[in-house]
Design a protein around this ligand. Sequence first.
Ligand code: BES
Ligand code: MN
Ligand code: MN
Length: 461
Amino acid sequence: MDSIKNYIKEHKNRFLTELIQLLKIPSISADASYHKEILLSADFIKNSLEKAGCDKVELCDTPGNPIIYGEKIIDASLPTVLVYGHYDVQPADPIELWTSPPFEPVIKKTEIHPEGAIFARGSCDDKGQMYMHVKALEYMTSTGNLPCNVKFMIEGEEEVGSESLAWFVPRNKKKLANDVILISDTGMIANDIPSITTGLRGLSYVEVEVTGPNRDLHSGLYGGAVANPINILTKMIASLHDENNHITIPGFYDNVEELSTEERAEMAKAPFSLDDYKDALKIDDVYGEKDFSTNERNAIRPTLDVNGIWGGYTGEGAKTVIASKAFAKISMRLVPNQDWREITELFKNHFESIAPKSVKVVVKPHHGGQGYVTPTNNIAYKAASQAYETTFGKTPIPQRSGGSIPIVALFEKELNSKTILMGFGLNSDAIHSPNEHFGVWNYLKGIETIPYFYTNFTKLY
Ligand code: BES
Ligand code: MN
Ligand code: MN
């Protein structure tokens, strides 16, 4: 299959212009005012799957954003790969921190991407990585190199919790039947250190509201005599970690899987420089749970983080006021075995219980999802590993990631199949942040590597 390299050389410019076209559509799922752009993106993907050689492509209605389903079935006796990805993107703000507009993609060179990277919201997460699969399919169908059946399922609500997909999957089990699920929506260690993501954390996301007096008060007339909801909220939040940075919610760690000394030693073998890590973030020191390394803290340990906090006067100048209410959004990253509904309940009970009588506390659960660990002893992992060996010249390192794709656990439950996570992004690609980008080299390397997964998997099947 040496021809994939030539095919990429020949079509590289078109591969880039097509992706750039898709990246120009601001398909932000969190903001309802971009609904038209959501539909435009979905249409774009439908058309591109048709052009790439799918026999059947459908724009599937859901209670929310449409899901694109596509397939090319060549022989029922051959295995079927189901590709999942998402076309929705995160909001671009704070927009003023972008060096070029988020929906006007440009290719710029960076230290890590000397061949250039596409700067645009969604370039890495996940339009760019999803589109690699469309182009890999185009190569395989147009050159007679598709070795097995393939299905695509591309959704538009991943960044807001995949509610419609959770509705869609159990209703379409037959249509979605497959032998393995293939996803590129994660990262790898470095361009010269390929890795396969073998774990995702779960998530519980909640919002809290603390109410003190029934109206905003003069902080001189009332200050010191009534509870200030902002003071109380920050105190309550601070109490959620102890001096060792353990989470204090009773029962929180009950189902946390403790890795053996051997497993931790194995993890520690992955190349990692704490100095480079600190330097990349311009921090003098890292911070986290006692007795765990940085890579353990962000992959195999659960966390609790405030994502936003607000209340009171934040305008220009000063206003002496005790606000009636204070709010925070809190996320908990979970490890496999921790049930996100149970954790949400534990949080709610605990947070309500630590509130002083002088305030009222409401905990509103948002979305959540289970973590996932992929096996490394099955043919899917082997097929992926061999694919990287061919195109990177190196055996990829298995590595658990701290991020979440909650729908993966549901795929296993509903479709009874394992997922393989072949991510080609880098942590420095700034997903969810200003100036998100995706290396041109990474984009093309992904397109080059994917077809080998198909052939290897079909051979091993
Ligand atoms: N693609 C990311 C998840 C990811 C990125 C996993 C890098 C591993 C490595 C995904 O789009 C994402 O952002 N997921 C959300 C969860 C979702 C429920 C909003 C997350 O992890 O915050
Ligand atoms: Mn993603
Ligand atoms: Mn994301």
